[in-house]
Design a protein. Structure first.
Length: 439
């Protein structure tokens, strides 16, 4: 009964709010952009060109987590990790979008104390599907529900698997509540880095990267002395169309674009990988995470996705982290750090160099993938520009469900260029871009 009343009150609040979810996302980002621009003069990175490893503290109980975006790619893999290692991790709260059937299965399996679902119309269905679960979880809806999941009093850390600007506000709430962030939401730093990073420092919160590339950098930076880091080298698989000639890109379909040759990921990030927009965004994220100048962050195409990224040290040594392309490892490392969890060879296959005998690298084609140069330009411009780029990419994706990938990349570049020249973005232009793409 308590969860039913809570959900009803939240439903009334959601009905009275703006019905345009995309507009609300823009407004969310814009509020943080204003603060970010004011703070952009001095932004402390999450890890200032080195990672100092604390002593591992023994635990008598599993480390408690909440998960934002539990039914997405990051969320489901996180729950697989928790299920496999119940002695190490526990789940206290989770949030999801609209996949009520999968959410109900997760509730039945993990019995969290708090559940949030963004789609208010699915609350009654969720209540019916879990009516025999005991004890019953509290149910919340919408953005407020995700915020409460992120800052649940019984957790130590939150895995942020929500895609897009929707992940910003719950992440900020978690930081203010002193929860460590297992960061799988790029927009947290790309759109709000100059605001989020000082906030994390103020609350003594650690931001631990769950992207494979940034996790690789995080791992190989550990133990570096002050001044030991010279350069970051981000590897990119090249995406779904790495072997296509430029003149054939106008023929690609969305179905082809969401089929990644190496990784199992959500649709948004897979599309971004096909245009290498994802790699451009990772350049910005690397700058905010590690405090490295954009001139010292490079991208290299590595089709096998075995070397997840590298650093060059001051004495010209190059350190790399290698492994099969499996997102579970970087996710789990954010959850266990500084500890290493012993894993089963059955569910976590060891890297066999006889099977990964060919490791190749090449420079990216900037004519084929213009998004990378745009990301560098946004990063160097600073202020709100990285947020504008992220929002342009997100809004074009929303409108371009049936859009050819090459058209989407060009339109993102064009929309961003318009805002970049004027130095600001307005919601009317987000809408105009969306309508243009939808034609």
């Amino acid at each position: 009964m308590a969860s039913h009343m809570t959900a009803n009150r939240a439903l009334q609040r959601q009905r009275s709010s703006c019905p345009l979810q995309s507009r609300r996302n823009v407004q969310r980002c814009s509020r943080l952009h204003v603060v970010a621009q004011q703070a952009a003069g001095s932004v402390p990175p999450a890890w200032n060109k080195r990672v100092v490893v604390p002593e591992v503290q023994p635990r008598d109980t599993p480390k408690p987590f909440s998960v934002l975006g539990s039914t997405g790619s990051i969320g489901t893999q996180t729950l697989d990790i928790i299920a496999e290692h119940p002695d190490k991790f526990s789940l206290e709260a989770l949030s999801a979008g609209s996949n009520v059937e999968l959410l109900a299965q997760q509730v039945r399996q993990f019995k969290p104390k708090l559940v949030a679902i963004r789609d208010a119309s699915k609350v009654q269905q969720l209540q019916e599907l879990i009516k025999d679960v005991s004890p019953q979880p509290e149910i919340l809806i919408g953005d407020e529900g995700a915020v409460e999941v992120a800052r649940h009093p019984d957790i130590e850390a939150v895995v942020t698997g929500i895609v897009g600007c929707a992940g910003l506000l719950p992440t900020v709430a978690a930081i203010k509540a002193g929860k460590d962030i297992c960061l799988a939401n790029k927009e947290t730093l790309i759109a709000g880095g100059p605001f989020v990073l000082p906030l994390a420092q103020q609350h003594n919160v650690r931001i631990l990267p769950a992207d494979s590339e940034h996790s690789a950098i995080f791992q190989v930076m550990q133990g570096l002395p002050e001044g030991g880091l010279r350069r970051i080298i981000l590897t990119a698989s090249g995406g779904a169309f790495r072997d296509w000639p430029v003149e054939k890109l106008s023929e690609v379909t969305v179905e082809q674009a969401i089929t990644h040759p190496n990784w199992s990921m959500g649709k948004k990030i897979t599309i971004d990988s096909a245009t290498l927009m994802n790699k451009g965004l990772e350049v910005i994220e690397a700058h905010y995470l590690y405090g490295v100048d954009y001139d010292n962050i490079e991208i290299v195409i590595h089709p096998q996705s075995i070397v997840h990224s590298m650093i060059e040290t001051a004495d010209s040594s190059v350190l790399a982290q290698l492994g099969w392309p499996d997102m579970r490892l970087p996710i789990m490392y954010t959850m266990s750090w500084p500890e290493r969890v012993n894993t089963s060879e059955v569910t976590w296959p060891r890297l066999d160099f006889s099977k990964a005998s060919s490791l190749t690298f090449k420079q990216p084609d900037h004519a084929k993938y213009p998004s990378m140069n745009v990301a560098y330009a946004a990063g160097r411009a600073g202020g709100t520009m990285t947020g504008v780029l992220s929002a342009a990419n997100e809004q074009v994706r929303r409108g371009g469900v049936g859009l050819r990938v090459v058209q989407r990349a060009r339109l993102t570049v064009g929309v961003f260029s318009l805002w970049f020249r004027r130095g600001e973005a307005r919601y009317s232009e987000f809408s105009a871009a969306e309508e243009h793409v939808s034609r």
